[in-house]
Design a protein around this ligand. Structure first.
Ligand code: FES
Length: 171
């Protein structure tokens, strides 16, 4: 005859351990899975991640990378952008991007991600009054400090002691 009480008593610690292990993995999944689905993107062709992957001869379809947005150092404020090559001068409102303002004004702009990741919307700075609030994840800190170009899909201009104005040239 089976001693059920003894069997259950002996099995209990193992069942409890399995239960605790299951709960730990379940909670880990709740925290980790959204990261994989929300943050992991395929890389942009020609990006540093793309080139490093190719150099290591790894299969491209498996390549993913993670980026974190940059919300800048200053509150968004209105500024003026000039694009003399296309005869455009337009105010960029606090709730719109420089790229949107230029497009609305009829500018012919290049872009792709609109998230400050690919660098396709890069414009060169001809004149600057105020400072650039770089909000991209494309440039290095050294490139940002040079204040010579910016990603117009996310980055903005903030006023110093005077007005906030930027004159640009499409790259
Ligand atoms: S469109 Fe990709 S960084 Fe601006």
């Amino acid at each position: 005859m089976i001693d059920l009480t003894g069997f259950l008593g002996a099995a209990y610690p193992w069942v409890k351990a399995a239960h605790v292990t299951f709960v730990i993995f379940w909670l880990a999944g709740l925290f980790l899975l959204p990261r994989f689905y929300v943050y992991h993107h395929e890389t942009t062709i020609g990006s540093p991640e793309d080139r490093a992957w190719i150099e290591r001869e790894l299969p491209l379809p498996n390549l993913r990378f993670e980026t974190f947005g940059n919300s800048g150092w200053f509150d968004a404020q209105e500024f003026v952008v000039r694009l003399p090559a296309q005869g455009i001068e337009v105010a960029v409102k606090a709730d719109q991007t420089m790229l949107e303002a230029l497009e609305n004004a009829g500018a012919d702009m290049m872009f792709d991600c609109r998230k400050g990741e690919c660098g396709l919307c890069e414009v060169r700075v001809i004149e600057l009054e105020g400072d650039i609030d770089h909000r991209d994840v494309f440039y290095s800190e050294r490139q940002k400090d040079a204040r010579s170009k910016l990603c117009c899909c996310v980055s903005r201009v903030v006023a110093g002691s005077g007005r906030a104005l930027i004159e640009i040239q499409s790259s």
